[in-house]
Design a protein around this ligand. Sequence first.
Ligand code: ZN
Length: 113
Amino acid sequence: MSDAPPNPPPNTLENTSDEYFLFVDPEQIRRERQKAKDLRVSQWWRQQIGRGRCYYCERQFPKEQLTMDHVVPLARGGKSSKKNCVVCCKECNNSKGHRMTVEMTMASMDDNS
Ligand SMILES: [Zn+2]
């Protein structure tokens, strides 16, 4: 993995639209990945991680076991915005894959019935 020099793009992420694109430009995904990288070293993210709580299962974890997850995956046109990036434990991260939160909730409801 080669690390690009820390040069965060101007933050225009608050104006993300609600539209999901079926086809996402690979270049856009690359850009959003870089933004996620920048976000991970931000004060804001340290605060999120500091709470130690997984967004999905709401259990507490030591921060080493928490990762950043995109609620709307980048592959579905999701952005690396503060709204779209959540704290996620590795377990949830693995089980979620590329599914959306709604789909995941429905799947777990099936399991429990
Ligand atoms: Zn979890």
